[in-house]
Design a protein around this ligand. Structure first.
Ligand SMILES: *Cc1c(COP(=O)(O)O)cnc(C)c1O
Length: 389
């Protein structure tokens, strides 16, 4: 432990803080990037994009994968392909990172925010199900698309949504940006049960391409239209002809080179995340905290290990105290209905999401987090947090 503390202080004058989540680039990343530079393929052309798409799809057990510039771009295209647009309504989780909602706003669609359920912190899909059934009976406005977010590495309970799709034909986008590798028991993996699944490869996500995203689908036609839209809706490679307003949302070969190297090590990354979660559960025992959720039907990927504190604790001062002690912790997101652009948005419920915000704290979760550093984190938390009554 002293060793770890010393190591963190040797790099400069300022004591190093154990970070919340940083990428682990321990495989072929440098080699593949060098190949991009040597070959000159650093932009849209080059072999790594196709290779990344194929290996990603294989990893997920999905039919088609289309690499994009970001997770937000993937969501934007997915929503547009499933019919989101002006005059349409998209139901989305209230408790999520704001990009989930911004992608809906880009399409011009209206939004219905749906509260979380305490079991998984994800959208209360029963609540949405019952509301849709009630509205259908009363001739109310139904969602045209449902965007379900799997937050913080835990799969959402999608059964009620699959039922809505069967009964009312409402398509599903999965925002799986934070939950690569998570699955239901015994399967399938998140991102593969909706009409389209979207992933992010931002620097803090399970796998990174610097910045990037992926669209995954079982339908060839959707994959082809996605590929068309992210490439400025260009009709041919040798003429400037376009049949609709598309986007410059392609992933560059350099990003994909990182992605291929990361996917080669996805098994190690997932194992590291699960081990980190197990250690937190063991080493935070005795404190007045609720561990990260894990439903009996779920196999979470623990992207960002997060706990709930008791309502009596002042979270901001905990974050400050942790920072002074060399540990970067961070509060979870305020629900969308508390964010300035979405305060007036229609919503169902909201109290559970508010409670998660009041009590939720994310802890250092890098796949490369050394055991000794995680010990330091837990020792510091034992000094800062109240013990269980
Ligand atoms: C990170 C994230 C996104 C957006 O991904 P980017 O690659 O950063 O654009 C979308 N939704 C959720 C839930 C995320 O965590």
């Amino acid at each position: 432990m002293a060793g770890a503390a010393r190591r963190r202080r040797t790099r400069g004058q300022v004591p190093q803080v154990i970070p919340l989540v940083v990428p682990e680039l321990a495989g072929n990343e440098a080699r593949y990037l060098q190949e991009c530079v040597t070959s000159g393929y650093v932009s849209s052309a080059g072999p790594f994009v196709g290779r990344f798409e194929r290996e990603f799809a294989a990893q997920l057990g999905a039919e088609h994968a289309v690499a994009c510039a970001s997770g937000t771009a993937a969501l934007h295209v997915a929503l547009r392909l499933l019919g989101a647009g002006p005059g349409k309504l998209v139901a989305v989780s209230d408790f999520t990172f704001i990009a989930s909602a911004n992608a809906i706003s880009y399409t011009g669609a209206d939004m219905l925010l749906v509260d979380s359920e305490p079991r998984t912190w994800n959208m209360d899909t029963e609540l949405l199900h019952d509301e849709v059934v009630r509205r259908a009976r009363n001739g109310g406005r139904l969602p045209d698309v449902i965007e379900i977010v799997h937050v913080l590495g835990h799969p959402a309970d999608v059964e009620p949504l699959l039922e809505l799709r069967n009964r009312f034909g409402i398509p599903i986008v999965e925002d799986a940006a934070e939950s690569l590798g998570a699955s239901w028991k015994p399967g399938p993996q998140v991102g593969t049960v909706g009409d389209i699944g979207c992933f992010s490869f931002n620097g803090n996500k399970l796998v990174t391409t610097g910045g990037g995203g992926m669209i995954v689908t079982g339908e060839r036609a959707l994959a082809e239209r996605a590929r068309h839209l992210i490439n400025q809706a260009k009709l041919s490679d040798d003429q400037y002809l376009h049949d609709t307003i598309g986007y410059n949302y392609r992933l560059a070969n350099v990003g994909a080179a990182l992605g291929v190297a990361q996917i080669e090590r996805i098994g190690d990354i997932m194992r590291a995340k699960r081990l980190i979660a197990q250690r937190y559960e063991r080493w935070l025992a005795g404190l007045a905290v609720t561990p990260a959720p894990c439903a009996e039907w779920a196999r979470p990927s623990y992207w960002l290990y997060s706990i709930l504190l008791s309502a009596a604790v002042d979270l901001d001062s905990i974050v400050d105290a942790a920072s002074v002690a060399g540990v970067q912790a961070r509060r979870v997101w305020p629900p969308l209905h508390r964010q300035k652009p979405y305060v007036h948005t229609e919503r169902l419920g909201g109290h559970v999401a508010d409670d998660l915000y009041r009590r939720g704290l994310s802890l250092p979760s890098s796949a490369g987090l050394p055991e000794s550093d995680q010990r330091v984190v837990c020792d510091r938390l034992h000094r800062i947090l109240p013990t269980a009554p």
